[in-house]
Write a protein that binds this ligand. Structure first.
Ligand code: AFP
Length: 316
C-alpha cells in the first residue's frame, strides 16, 4: 500500500489549482499534529474541559481549543487564505489580504468522544472570495455549491483524510512512521442504498412526526442503527457502507444542531461527489445560502435511495 501515491504527489498529478493544493497540504500537515496530540492526550493532561463556553454555548474541551489553535496558526501562514472561520471562534479571522480563499473548520468534531477514546474528526471547507482586499463578513454568505475544496479527517483506529476538489472523492490514510498520507481510494463511490440509519434516538419523541415515521420504517425493515455521537465517524461509515444520517430539528434545537458552513456544507459536498445526497428537509444543503458564520441547520445525508425513502415519509 505504501507504493500508492502520497497525497502531495496525487493532487499534483491531478493538476488541481496550486493554491488549493497548498491549502490542502497545510490542512493535512496540521492534522498530523492533531493526531499526535490525540494519541498523547490522556497521559499529557489534555483530557476534560477548560472551563470555557464557546460561541456555540457549548463547554469547550481542552482539545477543542488546542486543535483550533493548531489549525488557525498553521493555516494563517498560507497566503492563499484571506481568512478562517472556526467553530471555536466568535468571528472570522483575517488572513492575507491577497488571499483568494476562505477556509472554514470544525477543528475537533465529536468532542463528547474525547474523554472516552471514541472517534473524532476535523471537517473543512474552502470557498472562493467574492471581494478583494480586507475580508468582509458578507463574503461568507455564499451557497454551499460555491465550495472548491472540502473534506474531513477521521481520527479513528487509523487516520483517514477524505477530500474532494469537486471532481470525485479521494481517500488517504496516514502512514504514521513517515507522517505522510497515501492514497486508498480514488474517485470513491458511495453505495446507492444501504441498511444503516444514524440518529440520536434519544431525541425521537422531540422530532417531527414524519421523521419519527421514517425511523419506525427503518426499524420495521430491520435496518441497523449505528450512532457514534461524532458526525465524521457516522458520516464516514455510511458513505462507505451505504446508510443515512439524520439530525433533524428538535424541540431543544429548533433550527437543528449541526453547523451549516463547517459541518453540513463540506459533508454535503463530499456526499454529492461520491454519488450520495444531502438535504435540510426542505432543500438540498448545497443550494442553501449561508446567513451567519455559526448558522445551524437540520441535516439529512446519505445514500440516494434511502434519502428518497425519507422524502416519501417526510414529504420533502
Ligand atoms: P462538536 O464536537 O464539533 O461540537 O460536534 C458534535 C456534534 O455536533 C456532531 O459531531 C455529532 O453528530 C453531534 O454533535 C452529536 O450530537 P448529540 O449528542 O446531540 O447526538
Amino acid at each position: 500500500m505504501l507504493n500508492s501515491p502520497t497525497l502531495s504527489d496525487f493532487i499534483s498529478q491531478k493538476g488541481y489549482l496550486p493554491a488549493l493544493q497548498s491549502i490542502l497540504l497545510d490542512i493535512a500537515k496540521v492534522s498530523v499534529q492533531v493526531q499526535k496530540t490525540l494519541l498523547d492526550a490522556p497521559l499529557g493532561g489534555m483530557l476534560g474541559g477548560n472551563a470555557h463556553v464557546n460561541v456555540q454555548g457549548e463547554d469547550q474541551q481542552k482539545l477543542d481549543a488546542y486543535a483550533d489553535e493548531l489549525f488557525v496558526q498553521g493555516l494563517l501562514q498560507n497566503t492563499f487564505l484571506a481568512g478562517i472561520g472556526s467553530e471555536e471562534r466568535d468571528d472570522l479571522i483575517q488572513g492575507s489580504a491577497q488571499g483568494e480563499y476562505i477556509a472554514f473548520f470544525d477543528p475537533l468534531d465529536g468532542s463528547s468522544n474525547i474523554d472516552v477514546n471514541g472517534s473524532l474528526g476535523t471537517i473543512f471547507s474552502v470557498m472562493p472570495r467574492t471581494q478583494t482586499g480586507t475580508l468582509h463578513n458578507e463574503e461568507l454568505l455564499q451557497k454551499g455549491e460555491n465550495q472548491v475544496l472540502a473534506g474531513y479527517v477521521l481520527y479513528g483506529a487509523a487516520t483517514w483524510l477524505v477530500c474532494s476538489f469537486g471532481k470525485g472523492v479521494h481517500t488517504f490514510v496516514l502512514h504514521t512512521q513517515t507522517d505522510t498520507y497515501h492514497l486508498l481510494h480514488e474517485a470513491l463511490q458511495s453505495p446507492k442504498s444501504g441498511k444503516i440509519y444514524s440518529i440520536n434516538e434519544g431525541n425521537i419523541l422531540d422530532c417531527e412526526t414524519p421523521v419519527q415515521d421514517y425511523v419506525k420504517n427503518c426499524q420495521e425493515r430491520r435496518y441497523t442503527a449505528r450512532y457514534a455521537g461524532a458526525l465524521v465517524g457516522d458520516f464516514h461509515r455510511n458513505l462507505l457502507k451505504g446508510g443515512i444520517y439524520l439530525y433533524p430539528a428538535t424541540e431543544k434545537s429548533p433550527k437543528g444542531k449541526l453547523r451549516l458552513l463547517y459541518e453540513a456544507f463540506p459533508l454535503a459536498y463530499i456526499a454529492r461527489e461520491a454519488g450520495a445526497t444531502a438535504s435540510n428537509g426542505t432543500m438540498p444543503i448545497l443550494d442553501i445560502t449561508a446567513t451567519a458564520l455559526h448558522e445551524r441547520t437540520p441535516l439529512f445525508i446519505g445514500s440516494v435511495e434511502m434519502m428518497r425513502d425519507l422524502g416519501a415519509h417526510c414529504a420533502f
